[in-house]
Write a protein that binds this ligand. Structure first.
Ligand SMILES: Cc1cc2nc3c(=O)[nH]c(=O)nc-3n(C[C@H](O)[C@H](O)[C@H](O)COP(=O)(O)OP(=O)(O)OC[C@H]3O[C@@H](n4cnc5c(N)ncnc54)[C@H](O)[C@@H]3O)c2cc1C
Length: 475
């Protein structure tokens, strides 16, 4: 039996996941509770929406769900805009069918009205939003909470096991694994979501002073035309991956039926595009929840059968979240352990095989065809196969004038081109290339004692030539 929204289970989870951002009291004259959807782009299995619904019921008020898209976020581009907008169209249809009041505001240009959220908040009793440590969301929430006069609560829905249970920075997968795995079954218990008790009247809905973007009705032309009008980077085109919860759930089903039983071996072959779930973009934008993915995997092959997959989905993903939450330097070399700093200091002056600029890397203009293939996969699709992603990151460490350049260039490339980029797992993955979560290995030039990975060895491990042909074919 799923837990009710009013259950002690939900109360306990929310006590861990919800964080009051400012000291303002609730506005007694407020007309509704506002859920400002920022990083969890779904209605199902959404802890912030659950919190907002319970608060609306407590106060006897209706709930308004607001999502906005501005041209001002870092690397704003067609790829990210398109993925968000196509999902929003699906959300609008679901809201209409399901009796939720959901609106989307698309601010095309920087000079367009940017005060929709402030006007809504001025009439709200409290504002509930998503708690997410990357993609500029925590900063945006803090700015908003500081200048408004309304209580703001941020709720974390990214992790299966509430991140608040781990208050210190974890050093490695092995330190977090036993802790998250001990909580996993309990955290996966399902909840029966329910609509807010008080409906928002048409009069209230129509009185909200926002320029709603029409996602369901008479939208003439397609979303591409709207995106073309936005003041964003049009050089990063939409990725071929279909956005939206429907596509995410279809992909999850296919993965559980076909690849999951042999995930352990199939995930190691970059030529086998379907050997891993390829759910990271959907998970990054919260179109599907990690708990839903874990439940489906366990239902398909049992918990022991899903063991390796759960290790990536839970241990590694939540290790990255812990890193982004507990280490304020997660984007810089300062986040790395002392042994890495010592070895980098020793090897800072070592001769490099190459010293590429960020632009050369971005244009896939290195001497190595396998690396260029990975960069082209990133540019073309918005992701890189996990195995090639490790080679891609590790190689750059060897090919720039300094370690600091390497880290900055990788973050730039990943944040800009990756559909699953700007995620805690982005910074966890990139910093792993520099020794984060790892231990010292044998000493080598430039690498020092950081674990090395040579592109030449990749040819012996999988059909790297086929991968190269696939992505360099047209180059
Ligand atoms: C240099 C580098 C950069 C990376 N950048 C990103 C990124 O921008 N976004 C991102 O989501 N992941 C990133 N990763 C981690 C990992 O490569 C991807 O999560 C994975 O390849 C996504 O493919 P999938 O969905 O098929 O994964 P699956 O193997 O099917 O795993 C399921 C899910 O578990 C999570 N996951 C898997 N591996 C890891 C990992 N090592 N660390 C954290 N979470 C993991 C992801 O959410 C993934 O979707 C990076 C790794 C490296 C080495």
């Amino acid at each position: 039996m799923p837990h009710a929204l009013t259950s002690a289970f939900v109360s306990d989870q929310l006590a861990l996941r919800a964080r009051t951002v400012n000291a303002h009291p609730e506005r007694p004259t407020g007309e509704f509770v506002l859920y400002w959807m920022q990083s969890t782009h779904r209605f199902a299995d959404n802890w912030a929406l659950r919190f907002a619904t319970r608060e609306a019921n407590r106060l006897g008020l209706p709930l308004i769900i607001h999502q906005g898209l501005d041209p001002t976020y870092e690397h704003a581009n067609d790829r990210i805009h398109s993925f968000i907008l196509h999902n929003a169209r699906e959300l609008a249809q679901r809201a209409e069918r399901g009796g939720l009041r959901y609106q989307f505001v698309l601010r095309h240009r920087r000079n367009d009205d940017g005060r929709a959220l402030d006007r809504l908040a001025a009439r709200a009793t409290l504002v509930v939003t998503d708690d997410f440590p990357t993609a500029g969301i925590v900063e945006r929430t803090q700015r908003f909470a500081a200048h408004g006069d309304c209580r703001v609560v941020a709720v974390e829905s990214h992790a299966i096991v509430p991140a608040a249970l781990f208050v210190k920075e974890e050093w490695a997968a092995r330190t977090l694994r036993p802790k998250v795995m001990a909580h996993l079954s309990h955290a996966l218990e399902p909840v029966a979501d329910a609509l807010p008790r008080v409906e928002a009247s048409n009069a209230l809905w129509n009185s909200l002073e926002v320029d709603r973007f029409d996602l369901t009705g008479n939208l003439t032309g397609d979303l591409a035309a709207e995106i073309a009008r936005c003041e964003i980077d049009h050089a990063v085109p939409p990725a071929p991956l279909k956005s939206g919860r429907r596509a995410a759930l279809a992909r999850l089903r296919t993965f559980c039926d076909d690849a999951l039983p042999r995930y352990d071996e199939r995930r190691n072959d970059p030529a086998d595009a379907d050997g891993s779930s390829r759910l990271s973009p959907y998970l990054h934008f919260g179109q599907v929840s990690t708990a839903e993915v874990a439940r489906a995997a366990i239902a398909a092959v049992g918990r022991p059968g899903a063991g390796r997959f759960l290790d990536e989905l839970v241990t590694w993903r939540e290790l990255a979240l812990n890193f982004a939450l507990r280490n304020p330097n997660f984007r810089t070399l300062a986040a790395l352990p002392d042994w890495v700093h010592r070895t980098m200091a020793t090897h800072a002056g070592d001769a490099r095989e190459a010293a590429y600029t960020r632009e050369q890397l971005e244009r896939a203009e290195t001497h190595h065809p396998l690396w260029n293939a990975a960069q082209r996969e990133l540019v073309a699709t918005g992701t890189i196969h996990n195995v090639m992603r490790m080679y891609w990151g590790k190689s750059v460490l060897m090919w720039t004038a300094t370690y600091d350049d390497a880290l900055r260039y990788l973050i730039h490339l990943n944040d800009k081109w990756a559909l699953d980029g700007r995620d805690p797992s982005s910074y966890g993955g990139i910093q792993w290339c520099f020794g984060k979560f790892d231990r010292p290995w044998g000493e080598r030039p430039v690498w020092g004692t950081i674990r090395s990975m040579s592109l030449e060895r990749a040819y012996r491990k999988f059909d790297a030539a086929a991968y190269e042909r696939r992505w360099n074919g047209a180059a």
